[in-house]
Design a protein around this ligand. Structure first.
Ligand SMILES: [Zn+2]
Length: 268
């Protein structure tokens, strides 16, 4: 849960120039989930949670999980071990106060847990996180932890266990790519995405899908960006909602807590 500019370079400048569309975007996403009777896990930036307390409680009351997406939208390798701890604890405390219970779900900005940040998962466990969805087991310019287990699975750390929920990946033209959301979901042929989930289903492997609320808002401002960012941000936004609706009709999706009902608050 972030504004369309939070993951872009110079996001502070963009935030100063443009009004937030977060509430409008989140409400639109909620309406689709309600229509399809599906619950989801909403990972909030702590800095935005502070300004959207009522909206977060509304999302929670509709049966969705409330998780954490850091405080500022900063790559955790840039934050470093100490900075990561400071930001995470601040965000977890803020969000927990809003929802009235500890936060147990986490997703790092830019999926930035990798082999360069071995301190991250143990730190999350120590701070009460039971489910992390920050690792993408591919090699990509923005993120990636190639070789990490691509299935939903429990991992041991020095401070206890954590369930990792990686975005679904598959081989496309010989390259392993995360088809389960974001720019890849928008850019590659939709038939490949559907085949990917069908294949996982046949193997009995849980599929994972994610989406930013701004991806359902193709009318958000079009700013000039370095092509590397510009292509991944704006590519095929107009078709995103249609593809999302087809996926939600063809496959059964739910939130993390609904999928692991025994853990929703009981093991804290
Ligand atoms: Zn993000």
């Amino acid at each position: 849960m972030e504004n369309w500019y939070d993951g872009l370079p110079k996001s502070n400048d963009l935030g100063a120039r443009f009004n937030s569309r977060l509430e409008f975007n989140v409400r639109y996403l909620l309406s689709i989930l309600q229509e399809k009777n599906i619950s989801a896990t909403f990972f909030w930036l702590g800095s935005l949670a502070e300004k959207n307390k009522g909206l977060i409680r509304e999302v929670q009351n509709m049966g969705h999980d409330i998780g954490c997406h850091g405080w500022t939208h900063t790559h955790i390798q840039v934050l470093g071990n100490r900075g990561f701890l400071d930001e995470t604890q601040r965000a977890l405390g803020t969000i927990a106060d809003i929802i009235g219970k500890p936060v147990i779900h986490y997703r790092a900005p830019y999926f930035s847990i990798s082999e360069q940040t071995p301190w991250a998962l143990p730190a999350l466990v120590r701070n009460g996180i039971k489910f992390d969805s920050s690792i993408v087991p591919v090699k990509y310019w923005r993120y990636g932890f190639p070789g990490f287990d691509p299935t939903v699975s429990v991992h041991q750390t020095d401070h206890g266990e954590i369930t990792e929920i990686p975005v679904s990946t598959g081989n496309f033209l010989g390259i392993r790519i995360p088809f389960g959301g974001g720019a890849w979901f928008r850019m590659i042929p939709f038939s490949f995405v559907k085949r990917g989930y069908q294949h996982l289903e046949e193997l009995g492997i849980t599929g994972v899908f994610y989406m930013h609320p701004w991806e359902l808002d193709p009318g958000h401002p079009n700013v000039f960006l370095n092509p590397k960012y510009g292509i991944t941000h704006y590519c095929k936004l107009g078709r995103c909602e249609k593809k999302l609706r087809i996926l939600l009709d063809q496959f059964r999706f739910t939130s993390i807590d609904q999928f692991f009902p025994a853990s929703s608050g009981l093991r804290i």
